[in-house]
Write a protein that binds this ligand. Structure first.
Ligand code: FAD
Ligand code: SF4
Length: 501
């Protein structure tokens, strides 16, 4: 029986982040582990609601009140089992998820503070590692059926683990030199140290999952070969087609890059340093892309932009501006626009924003300004208003509001336009829809025997959705292969986040 007065006795509290001057001098995670006392106190705030709306916020259907109570009473082993029952990788979501469950928590109503669900989750996940080092759970018997998973992000890995545990032979094909998708080279170490991925991979390997890195399906291996070698194929190639702004004058100048180019280069440097091979941050063609000593301008307001900000500070940028097209959001939920328990439009202050830089809202770049040698020296911006007319975004510049911001390095973090156009698509006979994603039938098949999940299916989204789709697609593949019993399918392909309209 949970403590019905816990939320009256305790306020919402999170562990202190490492001090800014300390953390920007290294790449380690921003949050230190929380003490057990704090986590048990915070779990005590959960009311075990008759209708736990936190469940509706989470696409995985995490059993949040159950594990909150198990933590409150110190039953860590049972909490680990309860968490793993719905989530293959809580150490990723516990660190990285923006926590739609917390936005939907009943304690968030009426100005109260929601339960620190995500912090409880990560502490349970880390306890699992500390207790038994992620004990492998190999299948007791093989089905004799084989599945190819293309792409090793959270969607592909969740599906691979589910299918391997159900007795299928699973091979994950990844074109990069390391497994993990965006978790590996997209998301910086200060949000997710890569040891967490490596520990999970050791578990998947022990459960029989085979990994083939440096293999681009559609180029190094054809779709036909994959179909011949496997009984089913899952495409989980992400939504990595970065949005660009080719019409803006000066886009071709040196120093103007896609944000992902900067993040991947920086993350590779950190990985190489960990391997004892320090190297400067460069693009694949050797062009340096490092913020050290530079005036950096980041265009965009989401996760990717915040990650670039944190990387720029750790690389020693001279100054950073982050530009957002939209006006500054309110600090509290606007109940008329985004009523509880939906995801609210509010100002999100990531830890990276604590570390410095200036955010400029309601502006648009008019020109990347040339220094006369083909290198960017500034961005010319204008204040703007943005309105939606017939579903189209109309951006209007305010006359006389233009000004320049110095810039030696400009990073475009303005979103993604779906999965990349690549040879694999035509070879499998699938095409991108209007959003650049790959549609599926209700049973996750994009075409006969070829399934699709994660960002490739949904468009650029979140890790928690990628894991949920990977689990659900695995369940569909298991059924397709005539597997015995059902695997859990937390979402169907049409499921959308909670929304008021
Ligand atoms: C910079 C950044 C920061 C983010 N931060 C967060 C965050 O804090 N929290 C959060 O919830 N979400 C975050 N996201 C979103 C999250 O990372 C994605 O939603 C998630 O990784 C999608 O998982 P996925 O498995 O569908 O695809 P991905 O992780 O994109 O993995 C796809 C993989 O497929 C591989 N691939 C593609 N084509 C082929 C081919 N032909 N052959 C072989 N392999 C192929 C790619 O190399 C890649 O490794 C962030 C995204 C970005 C870009
Ligand atoms: S909605 Fe909040 S208080 Fe209610 S069960 Fe879920 S976490 Fe606990």
């Amino acid at each position: 029986m949970p403590d019905p007065n816990g939320f009256l006795r305790y306020d919402r509290r999170l562990p202190a982040r490492r001090p800014v001057p300390v953390r920007i001098s290294d790449w380690r995670e921003v949050y230190p582990p929380a003490g057990e006392e704090l986590i048990r106190e915070q779990a005590t705030r959960c009311m075990d609601c008759g209708i736990p709306f936190c469940h509706d916020g989470c696409p995985l259907g995490n059993r949040i009140p159950d594990w909150n109570d198990l933590v409150r009473t110190g039953n860590w082993d049972a909490a680990v089992d309860s968490l793993h029952a719905t989530n293959n990788f809580p150490e990723f979501t516990g660190r990285l998820c923006p926590a739609p469950c917390e936005a939907a928590c009943v304690l968030g109503l009426g100005g109260q503070q929601p339960v620190t669900i995500k912090q409880v989750e990560v502490e349970i996940a880390d306890a699992a590692v500390a207790r038994d080092g992620l004990r492998p759970r190999p299948a007791s018997a093989s089905t004799g059926r084989s599945v190819a998973v293309v792409g090793s992000g959270p969607a592909g890995l969740a599906a691979a683990q589910q299918l391997a545990r159900a007795g299928h032979t699973v091979t994950v094909y990844e074109r990069d030199d390391a497994i993990g998708g965006l978790l590996r080279y997209g998301i910086p170490d200060f949000k997710l140290e890569k040891q967490h991925i490596d520990k999970r991979l050791a578990q998947l390997t022990a459960e029989g999952v085979r990994f083939r890195t440096g293999v681009e399906v559609g180029v190094d291996v054809t779709a036909e070969q994959l179909r011949a070698e496997h009984d089913a194929v899952l495409l989980a190639c992400g939504a990595l087609q970065g949005r660009d702004t080719p019409e803006t004058p000066g886009r071709a100048l040196r120093g103007v890059h896609q944000a992902m180019a900067h993040l991947v280069a920086a993350n590779r440097v950190v990985a190489a340093a960990g391997d004892g091979k320090p190297a400067p941050a460069t693009l694949p063609d050797g062009t340096p892309i490092d913020a050290a000593g530079k005036h950096v301008v980041i265009i965009g307001g989401g996760d990717t932009a915040a990650d670039c900000l944190g990387v720029a500070h750790r690389q020693g940028a001279a100054g950073v501006h982050q530009l957002d097209l939209y006006p500054e959001p309110p600090t509290e939920r606007d109940a008329a626009r985004d009523p509880w328990p939906t995801w609210p439009w509010v100002l999100r202050n990531y830890p990276a924003h604590e570390e410095g830089g200036e955010r400029v809202f309601a502006v648009a770049v008019q020109e990347f300004v040339d220094d006369g040698t083909g290198q960017v020296r500034a961005v010319r911006i204008a204040e703007v208003t943005v309105e939606k007319v017939d579903g189209r975004r109309i951006v209007t510049a305010l006359p006389g509001s233009e000004r320049e911001i110095p810039a030696d390095l400009v990073l475009l973090a303005i979103g993604f336009e779906g999965t990349e156009e690549q040879p694999l698509l035509a070879q499998f006979g699938v095409t991108r829809n209007g959003r650049g994603a790959i549609d599926s039938r209700p049973d996750w098949q994009a075409t006969d025997g070829v399934f699709v999940a994660g960002d490739m299916h949904r468009g650029a989204s979140l890790i928690v959705w990628a894991i949920a789709e990977g689990r659900a697609a695995a369940a569909a593949i298991h059924t397709y292969l005539g597997g015995v019993g059902d695997l859990p399918a937390p979402v169907d392909p049409a499921r959308q986040p909670l929304a008021a309209r």
